[in-house]
Design a protein around this ligand. Structure first.
Ligand code: ZN
Length: 276
């Protein structure tokens, strides 16, 4: 999955530090694009010492391969050919797992900081909380933490078949697992049962946890499950969110997402082993 970047390491424990050293990595964005150094068709995160016109202070993001990473707003890049601004949404296919993952997580944090510059309760300007990743309102004392939206994704199985659905926004002929956001006041397990019923019209049981996947683009936490069902139940798609759904056996699977997504990994497992 996209967060599995071994042999690279990613540590997101917060460090209360704003001063940048020469060897630290710099994350500098131009709108939705991230500054990267390019050499021989490979990307690298620039270090502070690579960028002359770069501020000495920034917002600590995380450690990548043990090296501190900072988001820096003030950065003047000389027009050297070795630097590019890369669309973060396209940072999935560079074949450099550390670049793809760290670039996307940095973007998620940047967006959260930008969206919480002012207190949602009283409108005052927020401040960085010193000892943890949070923003504090100095007027009404409201504290804001990075928002993560829990969503379920479920592989429904019956008689050696898997239930796959095609969403209205999917490429034609592509199918995936049923997924949806957890509602306020709802358990994750109840969300699995409700989403399958709402989107496909069938009842499921034996809901079992699989794995989870942070998904930085949407700020979601995809929580994977398997569930059982009776494949003789009639399928009824809502026609809005889901346009088609069907049962598939291992040897006649349609196009589905790549293994960097939790859906792709689960469907791959079903294809290879006949189970998940
Ligand atoms: Zn406030």
């Amino acid at each position: 999955m996209i967060q599995d970047i071994y042999p690279h390491t990613f540590e997101n424990q917060f460090i209360a530090e704003t001063n940048i050293s020469d060897n630290d990595f710099i994350f500098h964005f131009k709108e939705d694009e991230l500054l990267l150094r390019k050499s021989d068709d490979a990307f690298y995160f620039p270090r502070k010492c690579d960028l002359e016109g770069c501020s000495r202070t920034g917002i600590f993001l995380f450690l990548l391969n043990g090296i501190r990473c900072f988001w820096v707003n003030d950065c003047v890049v000389s027009s050297e050919l070795s630097y590019v601004y890369h669309d973060v949404k396209l940072l999935r296919n560079t074949l450099q797992k550390d670049i793809d993952w760290a670039g996307n997580v940095a973007m998620q944090l940047k967006v959260w900081y930008e969206q919480n510059r002012f207190c949602g309760k009283c409108g005052s300007q927020t401040q960085h909380k010193e000892n943890e990743r949070a923003l504090l309102c100095p007027v009404c004392n409201a504290v804001y933490y990075p928002t993560i939206s829990p969503a379920i994704i479920v592989a429904v199985l019956s008689n050696d078949k898997i239930l796959l659905a095609s969403g209205a926004n999917f490429r034609r002929g592509y199918f995936s697992l049923v997924a949806g956001y957890v509602e306020v006041g709802e358990s994750i397990e109840d969300a699995v049962v409700r989403e399958v019923k709402e989107e496909i019209g069938i009842d499921v049981w034996d809901v079992s946890y699989y794995k989870s996947q942070p998904w930085p683009n949407s700020g979601s936490m995809m929580i994977g499950f398997t569930a059982k069902a009776d494949d003789k139940q009639p399928i009824r798609v809502d026609g809005i969110e889901i346009v088609e759904a069907a049962w598939f056996s291992r040897d006649n699977l349609p196009n589905y997402p790549p293994e960097r997504s939790i859906a792709g990994e689960m469907i791959d497992s079903f294809k290879v082993k006949g189970r998940i």
